[in-house]
Design a protein around this ligand. Structure first.
Ligand code: ADP
Ligand code: MG
Length: 728
């Protein structure tokens, strides 16, 4: 008997929730205690130095060496009070995970003594041994190296015994090798463009900050079961496994009470997260069994994104303590809901105004409409760029499946705003408007309610939805670094705002008043971008047909979705706004394709292994049991045995059929993989993996799942889906 699976199960059944060491004081007292916050900095730094750092945070001014030394020294002093012994530059290479290389503060000096040392050079710049991070051909291993450089806009923090310093990762030749660098540039671009447009409404606005509020979904799985499933261990998802009799149909997990062991885990990661200054506030069950969500208060985008990456790390670390593993994969179980990471996005001014919140009067509502309509137009013009920004092997399973947003990018705004835009489209008169026309328009603009009805009853099937005072980009994958999506979104909106300002200025030059020029331009944008607005059911087949008629793209897989990255228009856009050089885009394209290929290659190998080494041998073993049984019946009953052993004989045949099926499918998959691996161009190779290798996954799974139903439960070597999902 294969005891492995049963040991794993009995391990799980014996587990109690872990004790959580609750801090005795309230959360507000330990919030951000592991962060080198502005408050701490003010306390530790001479006031001159503090002012310089703040200037470099707000205006991007370069810090001089002396100040850098002071900051480093105070950071170290503070970190030592937190018992840190090491420091690291913390960065976001294009592998998707975060990376760090630890160095010790400890420095021996003469006379057999030692001190703790950390100076400006160590703070500002470091050279990780970076040759093994993906670079898409930018940086030949033998030539230039890469370096990390301090990002003072995101505060340093202590995790365990290490001081972590958020940094960007750049090649010596200047190209970005990470996700943070382009994000910072995109945030700068949207700041400039939006601040510029804001001058129409309020000259006091000096800065616009893009905010991000993410909602992280994930699955929990017991570590014993995880370890007994090679597919989940190697790829993050179940490649085989028959659907359990009960899935999520009953919806009894959603907002149900959180199971005790999971609750203990949540308490602990929340304490960790709060200490790290991640303002987590919400936790609840998700739709699928063992699926959960965590969401913080929104923050400035760069910081919010660092916090998301940090949280993903914290989740994994704390989960292990509770004998869980966290699955961040977009689709761990084929038939259940997948996991996403909604990105709530808005723009806030230095004067404290949310530019995407309807205002109280016609003037503020015109401002709102300006940013609202320009965002919609940006999505319309650049839907493919947005689609590419969320493309990944994992997310391919989710987009377009029956619970996730479709792969077709569209915008939901709700009925009230739809009426508003329709009215603007109709009522802004061509030619010069009379004062009465204007008054009437202003009246109607003034009527946008601050609380929109659709905000509560909103369309969950839309990939990009307006939710009252922000847009929610729902198609981002749960495992993704949000920086990719946020870079693209902020860049395309920045570009649109730049064009808007130009066009409005031209209209003003022809003699229109400012408001009239804005209204006329908005009317034009509303008309042009109408096709991207969709209020219906995004999961329905009718939408696929309708979207096609409207000329919207439906890019269903990663290789096809990524292709827009290397189009001339895309390159020009990113170049114009100073985000990427052509070399950088080409490199990123290569890296994304390479990631995709590797993921599918690993899945295909793992699936082949499971078929060959787990499933087929188990099926044969069970056939031997049946054969023995048939033989015994024959010995006892002689002639009558053909009838008496009919079931066993039929089973033997059925099992043989599926053994042959699984064997044939996995061999064909292997052949296709070999062919694909010989292809030199990454683009063609990715397409070969997508079109030729991947389709066999289903076939292998089909026969494996049939065998799972036929074979004695005791012999089956892998924990079944019902066990993964319902044992606790
Ligand atoms: P759900 O989508 O699960 O129903 P909500 O609509 O309540 O959740 O969205 C909550 C998320 O939106 C939170 O993460 C919150 O921080 C974020 N959010 C709220 N206001 C903004 C804003 N102005 N900018 C960015 N994110 C925001
Ligand atoms: Mg949401």
């Amino acid at each position: 008997m294969p005891t492995f699976r049963f040991n794993a199960l009995s391990d799980v059944l014996a587990r109690e929730p872990k004790e959580v060491d609750y801090p005795s004081n309230r959360a507000s007292n330990y919030y951000a205690t592991n962060v080198f916050t502005q408050e701490v900095m003010r306390e530790y730094l001479p006031s001159e130095a503090y002012k310089s750092v703040m200037a470099s945070i707000t205006d991007g001014k370069k810090l001089d060496r002396k100040i850098a030394n002071q900051v480093a020294s105070s950071m170290k002093d503070w970190a030592l009070t937190k018992e840190a012994s090491h420091y690291t530059h913390w960065f976001q290479p294009l592998t998707g995970a975060t990376a760090e290389k630890h160095d010790s503060f400890f420095t021996p000096i003469s006379g057999g003594r030692a001190i703790e040392k950390f100076d400006g050079d160590n703070l500002v710049q470091q050279e990780p041994d970076a040759s093994s991070f993906p670079n898409g051909g930018i940086r030949n291993t033998f030539e230039a190296r890469g370096y990390t450089a301090w990002d003072p806009t995101s505060p340093a923090f202590v995790i365990g015994k290490t001081l972590c310093i958020p940094t960007v990762f750049i090649a010596y030749t200047g190209e970005a090798l990470d996700y943070k660098m382009p994000l910072l540039k995109a945030l700068h671009a949207i700041d400039n463009a939006a601040t510029d447009v804001c001058q129409y409404f309020d000259k006091n606005i000096t800065k616009v900050t893009a905010s991000l509020g993410w909602e992280q979904e994930y699955f929990l799985i017991d570590k014993a079961l995880y370890n007994a499933r090679p597919d989940i261990m190697m790829t993050g998802r179940a490649l085989v496994g028959h659907d359990p009799a009960k899935g999520q149909q009953l919806d009894d997990h959603y907002f149900g009470s959180i199971p005790e062991r999971a609750a203990a885990f949540m308490k602990e990661y929340e304490i960790e997260a709060l200490r790290l200054g991640i303002p987590v506030t919400t936790r609840h069950n998700e739709v699928a069994p063992n699926q959960f969500e965590c969401a913080p208060m929104f923050e400035e985008t760069n910081l919010a994104n660092d916090h998301n990456l940090l949280l993903m790390d914290v989740l994994e670390k704390v989960a292990r303590k509770h004998d869980f593993r966290v699955l961040l994969h977009e689709k761990p179980y084929g038939s259940l809901n997948g996991s996403g990471k909604h990105n709530n996005w808005s723009l806030a001014t230095s004067t404290g105004v949310n530019l995407l919140a309807p205002g109280k009067n016609p003037k503020t509502n015109l401002r709102f409409l300006t940013f609202f309509v320009n965002t919609i137009k940006a999505i319309y013009d650049n839907a493919d760029i947005l689609r590419a920004s969320i493309a990944s092997a994992g997310n391919d399973h989710r987009l377009g499946a029956n619970e996730a947003p479709p792969a077709i990018i569209s915008v939901f705004i709700g009925s009230q705003l739809t009426q508003m835009l329709d009215a603007l489209e109709k009522n802004v008169k061509a030619g010069k408007m009379t004062p009465e026309d204007k008054t009437e328009l202003k009246m109607s603009i003034g009527k946008i309610p601050q609380i929109l009805l659709d905000n509560t009853d909103r369309n969950r099937t839309s990939p990009f939805a307006f939710t009252g005072n922000k847009f929610e980009f729902r198609a981002v994958g749960s495992a993704a670094n949000c920086a990719n999506a946020m870079t693209s979104l902020n860049v395309i909106v920045a570009k649109q705002l730049i064009e808007f300002k130009k066009s409005v200025n031209v209209r003003i030059k022809t003699g229109l008043s400012k408001d009239e020029a804005i209204l006329k331009e908005l009317q034009k944008l509303i008309k042009e971008s109408k096709a991207i607005r969709f209020e219906g059911n995004g999961y329905g087949d009718e939408w696929v047909q309708e979207a096609k008629k409207r000329g919207l793209s439906n890019l269903k897989d990663t290789p096809r979705a990524l292709k827009v990255m290397i189009k001339k228009e895309t390159k020009d856009l990113f170049k114009e706004l100073g985000i990427f050089s052509e070399v950088e885009i080409d490199a990123r394209y290569e890296i994304e394709l390479e990631n995709y290929i590797l993921k599918l290659q690993i899945e295909s190998r793992t699936l082949g292994d499971i078929a060959q080494n787990h499933i087929i041998p188990t099926a044969i073993k069970y056939q031997n049991v049946l054969i023995e049984n048939v033989r015994g019946i024959n010995d006892v009953f002689g002639k009558k045995s053909t009838k008496l052993a009919a079931t066993q004989i039929q089973l033997l045949e059925d099992i043989s059929e599926h053994i042959n099926g699984i064997k044939e499918k996995s061999e064909k998959m292997l052949e296709e993989r070999k062919k694909a691996n010989k292809i030199n161009s990454s683009e063609k190779k990715a397409i070969a993996y997508c079109d030729k290798v991947k389709p066999y996954f289903e076939g292998v799974k089909y026969h494996s799942d049939k065998l799972e139903l036929l074979i004695d439960d005791e012999l089956w070597p892998l924990p079944k889906l019902r066990e993964l999902l319902f044992t606790r």
